[in-house]
Every structure is written in structure tokens, then in C-alpha cells.
Design a protein around this ligand. Structure first.
Ligand SMILES: [Zn+2]
Ligand SMILES: [Zn+2]
Length: 265
């Protein structure tokens, strides 16, 4: 990640790109709103001085987020302890419907807090930062995959009502804008509101998620390559069943990209 240090010392994280006219206007708006409502860094909770180019985190705090670095599982992208391994325990034992995928940060205390803040703390604007971090770190990989569309993992109607937004969809839309790839949130639907996973044993959990997703062929015409977007990959069950639904409905090959990825189990 690169930073654009502001002369005079602002230490906001700023994506490196030329600003267009509307972004300049947005910057002015941010400057004004920052005076009225000083924003805070999602990691350290200290104030962020004048926002510039959409900076939403201190560079030093950005560095505290642990990236998933090699050796990584060749299938799901989980960090591996042993460089001689090709796959994690799970991927070496189970077939997955997706081709491969990556998570940007290791799912730990810092990354889980920032995602929690985004999902439940009303900090929707973090989607801008998340999408730009994903594009910066995985843009080349995305171009290599060359997906026809980005598809966010859907929320059930009930969750959508209570949360008010789909955290994966906001990130996918921003990322799609940055990469020039269409985002199609209607391609997948969460057909059944899942019973809280915590209340179920592992077998029932799988069953519960398996039934939850269906793909709509009406929004997958001519689509052969899909990049699924979600916030967290842990057991991989959600991504697995979303991929399966997309393959069944359109014969599409599926990859995934998430913000966080859990440790191998
Ligand atoms: Zn900070
Ligand atoms: Zn794996």
C-alpha cells in the first residue's frame, strides 16, 4: 500500500490516483464535514486530521492489519504454517466448487474489530477504504482471473432489513467501480433465513448453509467467470455453497475475494 504524505504532516492513508472533478468536490465536502464531525481512525480511534482523497485510517494503523502472506493454501488462500504444504487441512480433504480465492487480512483482533465497526457501528464509509485496499493488493490477481461480474454474498431479507445494508455488496460495488467490472448483486439470493449458526452442531450448520443460497440464471446470462466478494472467510461453507449455486445455474467458474481470512483448522 502506498501513502501520500500531506505536506505539513497529515498522515491519512490515501490511495494513489489522480483525482477527478467529483472527487475534488467530495474532498471539499469531507473537509467541511470533518470540521463539524471529526472522523476517527477505525483502528486506534484517535481523530483523523483533514481527510484527503478519502483517507480513512492512519498509515501506521494500516500497517497493524496483518496481511495474509505466503505460504498460502493454493485453493482457499489461508496462511499455512509449513511452506512445504500446498493446501490447508480443509482443502486437502474436501473438494470445493470454487477455483481458488484470497483473503486480504488475517482474521484477528484488529481486523475483526474494524469489520465489526463497519457492519454494526454505522461506518459504511469504510467500504471505500476496504475496496481500495483490495484493488491495491489484489487488482493484478483480479485482472488475471478476468471475471465477467463481481457477485457479493447476499444477506437474507430479514438481515438486510435489520442491518440496512449488505456489507459485501457495498465493497463489491466500490471494487467494481475501481476495476471497471460490473457488480451484479441479484445473481445470488439467500433463499432461507438461516437459523443462528452458533445454535447448531457442525453437521446441521453445513446443512443450514447449503440450503440458504440459490442463483438466478436471469442475471447470469453469458457469465462464465464470477468473482464472489464477502467480508470474512472462515470455514468456507458460505463461499462453497454460493459457488455451487452459481455453477449449477450458469456453469460459471467461481473465484472469491474476502477482506479477512481465518487461520487454517
Ligand atoms: Zn489510527
Ligand atoms: Zn485451503
Amino acid at each position: 500500500m502506498q501513502y501520500n504524505e500531506r505536506p505539513g504532516g497529515s498522515d491519512r492513508y490515501v490511495p494513489q490516483k489522480q483525482q477527478n472533478f467529483s472527487e475534488k468536490i467530495l474532498d471539499k465536502f469531507y473537509m467541511l464535514s470533518d470540521i463539524l464531525y471529526p472522523p476517527v481512525c477505525p483502528v486506534c480511534k484517535r481523530p483523523l486530521l483533514f481527510r484527503q482523497g478519502g483517507g480513512l485510517i492512519h498509515p501506521s494503523c494500516y500497517a497493524r492489519l496483518h496481511k495474509a502472506v505466503p505460504p498460502l493454501c493454493m485453493k482457499c488462500g489461508k496462511p499455512l504454517k509449513d511452506a512445504r504444504q500446498e493446501y490447508c487441512y480443509d482443502c486437502s480433504r474436501h473438494r470445493h466448487s470454487f477455483e481458488s480465492g484470497h483473503g486480504l487480512w488475517v482474521y484477528d483482533k484488529i481486523s475483526s474489530e474494524i469489520v465489526f465497526l463497519y457492519k454494526y457501528g454505522g461506518k459504511r464509509e469504510l467500504s471505500v477504504f476496504f475496496a481500495s485496499a483490495l484493488a491495491q493488493e489484489y487488482g493484478a490477481w483480479i485482472r488475471q482471473i478476468h471475471p465477467d461480474i463481481l457477485v457479493p454474498v447476499p444477506l437474507s431479507r430479514e438481515k438486510m432489513r435489520s442491518r440496512g445494508f449488505n456489507q459485501a455488496e457495498l465493497i463489491a460495488r466500490r471494487l467494481g467501480d475501481e476495476m471497471g467490472i460490473e457488480c451484479e448483486s441479484r445473481a445470488l439470493v439467500r433463499v432461507k433465513s438461516t437459523i443462528p449458526q452458533k445454535s447448531l452442531d457442525p453437521g446441521k450448520r453445513q446443512e443450514n448453509i447449503r440450503k440458504a443460497f440459490s442463483a438466478d440464471p436471469a442475471y447470469l446470462k453469458g457469465v462464465k467467470r464470477v468473482l464472489l466478494i464477502d467480508d470474512i472467510y472462515t470455514t468456507g461453507a458460505t463461499i462453497q455453497y454460493c459457488s455451487r449455486a452459481l455453477r449449477a445455474a450458469a456453469g460459471a467458474r467461481v473465484w472469491f475475494l474476502t477482506l479477512c481470512i481465518g487461520a487454517p483448522f
